[in-house]
Design a protein around this ligand. Structure first.
Ligand SMILES: [Mn+2]
Length: 192
């Protein structure tokens, strides 16, 4: 069975105290659920929507094994808020597979020894308008790193970073690629 390492780095937009981004990581049974969310806009109202994603995830992480249902129920829970864009990934550590459901502008990819897999998102806003969800499956093997970012992180080439120390990699990417004019969050999950 795969073993996972997790690291994240996050900070609000310059001049703001509250962040509109949130992330969640939970291992249960042979699975791990990873969630990242970016509340529409920034500041307090965006933060309320993002915090609701955390609250939902903490209560319902076991629903992660049905990832579309997890995101759809989260959508219902967020109604009346500003809404979020979000990515939800479920790692099956036994089958060495990663399932992904992404809605809106979240960057997600798997860095492997050979080629990166870019994880596909559909359009929409969780809590506001959601089309039919699509779940994509990818191999997730020893040495692979899942990278998930909100759009407060500028595009970067993963091969330019060293993921041996995951905490340092998350901190360095946030420092070097974080945009001043948005909340910024990066989440890393590595298979060892
Ligand atoms: Mn953003």
């Amino acid at each position: 069975m795969l073993r996972l390492r997790f690291a994240a780095a996050s900070r609000p937009k310059r001049g703001e105290t509250a962040s509109g981004d949130a992330f969640f990581f939970k291992e249960f049974d042979e699975n791990a659920l990873i969630v990242i969310a970016d509340g529409l806009g920034h500041g307090e109202a965006a933060g309320i929507a993002a915090q609701k994603v955390l609250e939902f995830s903490e209560r319902n992480f076991e629903l992660g094994v049905e990832l579309e249902a997890f995101v759809r129920r989260c959508h219902e829970f967020l109604r009346g808020t500003r809404g979020v864009v979000m990515g939800a990934a479920l790692v099956d550590k036994e089958k060495e597979k990663l399932s992904y459901v992404g809605v809106g502008n979240i960057t997600a990819l798997i860095k492997t020894e050979s080629r990166p897999y870019h994880l596909t998102s559909i359009g929409g806003i969780v809590g506001y308008n959601l089309r039919k969800l699509r779940r994509f499956e990818y191999p997730f093997e020893s040495g692979s790193v899942l990278i998930m970012c909100t759009d407060g992180i500028s595009r970067f080439t993963p091969s330019e970073y060293d993921f041996a120390d995951l905490e340092s990699a998350a901190t360095k990417i946030l420092e070097e690629r974080g945009k001043d004019d948005d909340d910024a969050t990066i989440v890393l999950v590595k298979c060892i």
